[in-house]
Design a protein around this ligand. Sequence first.
Ligand code: ATP
Ligand code: MG
Length: 255
Amino acid sequence: MIEVKDLHKSFGEAHILKGITTSFEKGKTNLIIGQSGSGKTVFLKCLLGLFEYEEGSISYDGKIFSALSADEKRELRAEIGMVFQGSALFDSMTIAENVMFPLRMFTKQSKSEMEDRVNVVLNRVNLENAHKKMPSEASGGMQKRVAIARAIVNNPKYLFCDEPNSGLDPKTAIVIDNLIQEITDEFNITTVINSHDMNSVMEIGEKIVFLKDGLKAWEGSKETIFRTDNEAVTNFVYSSELFKKVRKMYLEENQ
Ligand SMILES: Nc1ncnc2c1ncn2[C@@H]1O[C@H](COP(=O)(O)OP(=O)(O)OP(=O)(O)O)[C@@H](O)[C@H]1O
Ligand SMILES: [Mg+2]
C-alpha cells in the first residue's frame, strides 16, 4: 500500500500539485486520470522519488520515503518497476539486454541466473523469440511488452506506468492493459497507472484517482464512475458521445 498525504510540488512560482491525499492498494490496478497538464506525470515522478516535493509525505508499506537513509532509499528503488511514457528502451541494446539491465544495476546475480530470469519474464509477456532483436525492429506493442518485462524483471513490489498504451491501436492497448492487470494480480504488486484512455478506465480501473489542476477532484472505481454526478469528472469522462451512451446503458441495466 502506498499512502500519499497532502503532497505539494512546485517548479519555481508554478504550484503544480496542490495538496494531494490518497492511497493505492496492493494487488490492485490504481489509475490516475485527468486532462493533459493536470499533473499526472509530475505526481508519478514524486511517487518514484525522481522529484523532490516541498510538503507532504509518501509512504510505501509504512515506510516514509523522506525519512529513509540513502541506503534504504536505494533498497526501496530496487523494489520499484517503471514503464515510462513512450517505452524508453535503450536503442543500442537488444531486447534481452534491455530486460536484463535492472538485474545488472540492482542485483549480484550470475550471468546464467540473469539469463534465466530474462527468459521467464519475456515468456510472461509472450515475447519468447525476441531476445536478439533490437528495439527498432519491434512494433510499438512489442516495445511496450519489453518495457513491462523490464519493469517486472526484478520482482517489484511497486509498478508505475505512465500512459502505457499511448500510441497503440485499441485492441493492442487492451492487451497491454490486461497484461498489466494480470501481472499486478499474479504477483500482488501495488500498481499505479497514468492514463487518459477511457477504455483503460472501464477495463482495469479498480481504483481511479481523478486529478484536476493539481488537486484530487474525485476518487472511486470503474463501477462508481458511472454513478457520480461530480461535474469535473463527468465533463472529463463523458466528453465523448460514445461514453455518454455507455453510461446511459450501464445505468439502465443496473438500476
Ligand atoms: N520539469 C518541469 N519543470 C517545470 N514545469 C513542469 C515540469 N514538468 C512538468 N511541469 C508542468 O507541470 C504541469 C503538469 O505536467 P504533467 O506532465 O504532470 O501533466 P500530465 O497530466 O502528465 O499531462 P499529459 O497527459 O499531457 O502527460 C504542466 O503545467 C507542466 O508544464
Ligand atoms: Mg503525462
